[in-house]
Write a protein that binds this ligand. Sequence first.
Ligand SMILES: *Cc1c(COP(=O)(O)O)cnc(C)c1O
Length: 382
Amino acid sequence: MTPKIDFIDLKAQRRRIGQAMDDAILAAVHEGNYILGPQVKEFEGKLAAFCGATHAIGCANGTDAIALPLMALKLRPGDAVICPSFTFAATAEVVAWLGATPIFVDIDEATYNMDVKGLAQAMVTAAQSSLKVRAVIAVDLFGQPADYDPIEAFCKENNLVLIADSAQGFGGRYKGRVAGSIGDFATTSFFPAKPLGCYGDGGAILTANEEHHAIIRSLHVHGKGTDKYDNVRIGVNSRLDTVQAAVLLQKIAVFADEIDKRQVVAQRYNDALSDVAVIPEVMDGCVSTWAQYVVRVDADKRAGVIEGLKARGVPTAIYYPKPLHQQTAYKRFPIAGNGLPVSDRVCHEVLALPMHPYLDGATQDYIIEAVRDVLKVAAAAA
Ligand SMILES: *Cc1c(COP(=O)(O)O)cnc(C)c1O
């Protein structure tokens, strides 16, 4: 009989904090402050403290979290924002919302994060298209912080705003700093499957910039001024729900421990799979939150490996099967340099394995054995 294995097991966390969670949710329901209740402010404080950021602003989801700083910057047609192509669509989508142009750069093959060399190429691309580059959106893909030191230096040199899309990497470490406190703005998502997820949609923006903090607080509630019925700018409705903030207050209490637990799971995979697949690489001085544990296998064997694992009850996923610059809605946007060869290649090789803090040793051993097995079968068939 094949076992029942979850790709991300959210029920396991409930076995740990479920009772406190249910009490907190019910208390929020009974209190009745459903919109911007006290839990939201309390959670914003805890979120900022967790990473050492100055301000945190809750919002409706991780996509809005990237859009709101761009709105505060008054991004407009003719402006460009540099971002990786090998990411979730939201990273570039918000740039296009505002009529501006995303310019896609390639990734580093070892870390899957933005290749810093692409930044200078993107500036050339922008100049050729008469676009004004305003910002860079770096992504902490799969949980590993982007290589922020050189990205920050580049942004400073070229007077660009740095937005860290830490939807996957919030709480990870980069050379003594914690993701969430890095960049002019850091953003995160509380989508349930993210390392710090809630029970629905949610997101947050973190910043130390006082002026932009005030503007985003206004923008996310319809552009309100000090008088609620005198809106001073065109805004949106993008709030973190009180009930979700109550959920997140319970989750953030165990989040540091969960990040530690994820290191143990990742290390076990690394030790057991390094001789049969390309295992993920974490840069020196960095800690990944392991939003995904992604290996690479030969492109022509991947479909068979997925089938073989499925037959053994092991769920897998592909992040991402198509980089953005190949997708229908994004094909028309410029790319840096002569192409994005790493993104074009690794999208055919990546394979994400079950990963969550509560993956027990016996289940993980079963997964490891299954992976080794199917890779052996695939190699013999080749
Ligand atoms: C999940 C995710 C987002 C968007 O978050 P939502 O809460 O789903 O809107 C943005 N960027 C990256 C890299 C993500 O993984």
